[in-house]
Design a binder for this molecule. Structure first.
Ligand SMILES: NC(=O)c1ccc[n+]([C@@H]2O[C@H](COP(=O)([O-])OP(=O)(O)OC[C@H]3O[C@@H](n4cnc5c(N)ncnc54)[C@H](O)[C@@H]3O)[C@@H](O)[C@H]2O)c1
Ligand SMILES: O=c1ccn([C@@H]2O[C@H](COP(=O)(O)OP(=O)(O)O[C@H]3O[C@H](CO)[C@@H](O)[C@H](O)[C@H]3O)[C@@H](O)[C@H]2O)c(=O)[nH]1
Length: 444
């Protein structure tokens, strides 16, 4: 099938490469000329495991092309996936102007019948707006092409985006006509032949809601365990054992019960906020999600409270921060909890020594004083304390004895529970791990 992908960012580029891999003829279009030029030159605009190989393989077969020319990219496509950003506005509502612009571009350039699939995460009833935008633009241009709108939410995670897209847990397609469902079935048949998974067919609004409900539920699961972590710290219980034992119950499951310094990234913070917002607009106060957000804000200030407890004033203290990406496996720093931690440390007058294995380029020049280190051990050497903000595997390889040797003061604030607190204490370190009893002075 002839597939167009409008917006080749984290979702669009993976979608385009995977659709081509399933045998479709795919054009990825973006209005960011630099991105298109880079992709045509074989460069990846961001780090995502296995994506470079998948793109290169499919470009070499001719099934995948990139274009900055909307006419070339959109005129003859049977399906166009809208994969543009839907960032938060100041008031928390999602900015859907890029989605509208994308719909207008399709209406302006499509010469034949086209199914417009919203893959961007959007609030319920956005499909109706897309339909309206298509109709207005089409009428203004006296276009005759027939458009249908479907919702096809994306559930990939950064860091495992290729794997998640090639072998998803489920595919959700919301459409309001039999024809649109049939077209989407044809799109996904090659994929389902390779990897069978539940294929949920529903109406557009239900599909839109499935996405917001899924992200909000996962974010709530994280906030739940972070709240349990606070109680563990107050009682001397151990949150990881609590989570493991809870997770044995298949009704609960162990996934997304890792306590830490909160959820970040380009999705959960924005999507929870958008869901609260759309619910309120529709007349429902989603208080549960507002509490999820409050607990997440509290989780992000936890490291700085622990440093103040263990070091007293942070003015002129050298703090090694390990990890700035919002999670391991990506160089994405959008809404990363580490950014809040570093901003708070700098506001307290501390000097930050920052390491991340892949994301340092994303933060160059962003902070007032933070020094960037390519080598984690160099960041640790002579620091008054270390805070872990991303649980990169390489940090686990740093032995507690080596930590004790490198640090000027023996203070560890383990925001992602990278190390075993007992092993840290055995190396005479003073430790704050999330959801375990605190060691050090002024402990409780
Ligand atoms: N990042 C994820 O892990 C993820 C997962 C699932 C869903 N989503 C959702 O998918 C959407 C896209 O997210 P992303 O992370 O890929 O964003 P992104 O910022 O990485 O990519 C968006 C791309 O769209 C392009 N674009 C914007 N307006 C355009 C226009 N009018 N014409 C052509 N190109 C245009 C931008 O230049 C950019 O390259 C968001 O709604 C997000 O919530 C993201
Ligand atoms: O037990 C956990 C699991 C995750 N996190 C944090 O939660 C955030 C999000 O992690 P993750 O969900 O793995 O990353 P994303 O790539 O943002 O993926 C989420 O957001 C995407 C965009 O909507 C969805 O497609 C995915 O299904 C959904 O998992 C990160 O900051 C993690 O550190 C925790 O704190 N504890």
């Amino acid at each position: 099938m002839r597939v167009g992908v409008l917006g080749v960012g984290h979702v669009g580029l993976v979608t385009a490469a995977c659709m081509a891999d399933f045998g479709h003829d795919v054009i990825g279009y973006d209005d960011d000329g630099h991105k298109i030029a880079a992709l045509r030159a074989g460069d990846m605009p961001f780090y995502e495991p296995d994506l470079d190989r998948l793109v290169a393989d499919n470009v070499s077969t001719g099934r995948l092309r990139f274009s900055g020319d909307a006419v070339e990219a959109l005129s003859d496509r049977e399906v166009v996936f809208i994969c543009v950003g839907t960032p938060s506005r100041e008031d928390g509502s999602p900015n859907l102007a890029y989605v509208q612009a994308a719909a207008q571009a399709v209406a302006a350039h499509a010469r034949g019948p086209v199914v417009v699939a919203e893959k961007s995460t959007v609030p319920v009833r956005t499909g109706e707006r897309i339909r309206q935008a298509l109709a207005l633009e089409s009428q203004a241009r006296q276009g005759t092409a027939h458009h249908e709108v479907v919702s096809n939410p994306e559930f990939l995670r950064e860091g495992s985006a290729v794997e998640d897209t090639l072998r998803p847990d489920r595919i959700v397609v919301g459409a309001d006509s039999t024809n649109a469902h049939e077209v989407m079935r044809r799109v996904y048949t090659p994929q389902l032949e390779r990897h069978d998974c539940p294929y949920v067919e529903t109406d557009v609004k239900t599909a839109e809601l499935i996405k917001h409900a899924s992200n909000a539920f996962l974010a709530t699961k994280i906030s739940f365990i972070n709240a349990v972590a606070r109680v563990c710290e107050l009682t001397g219980a151990d949150v990881e054992t609590v989570a493991d034992a809870m997770g044995h119950d298949p009704r609960i499951g162990r996934a997304f019960l890792n306590a830490g310094i909160g959820y970040g990234g380009s999705c959960f913070p924005k999507d929870v906020e958008a869901f609260v917002h759309i619910a309120a607009e529709l007349g429902y106060d989603f208080g549960l999600l507002r509490e999820t957000q409050r607990i997440n804000r509290e989780a992000k200030v936890w490291p700085v409270h622990q440093l103040r407890r263990l070091l007293w004033n942070l003015q002129d203290k050298e703090i090694a921060v390990l990890g700035v990406a919002f999670k391991p496996g990506t160089d994405d720093i959008r809404d990363a909890p580490a950014l809040d931690v570093i901003d708070a440390l700098e506001a307290d007058g501390a000097s930050v020594r920052l390491h991340d294995p892949v994301a340092l380029d994303q933060v160059r020049g962003r902070f007032a004083r933070a020094e960037l280190y390519e080598d984690a051990r160099e960041a640790l050497r002579g620091a008054h304390a270390v805070v872990t903000c991303t649980e990169w595997d390489e940090y686990r390889k740093i032995e507690p004895e080596q930590l004790a040797e490198l640090l000027a003061y023996p203070v560890v604030v383990d925001g992602r529970n990278v190390w075993d607190p007992a092993a840290l204490e055995a190396a005479n370190l003073r430790v704050a791990s999330v959801g375990t009893p605190f060691s050090g002075d002024l402990g409780a």
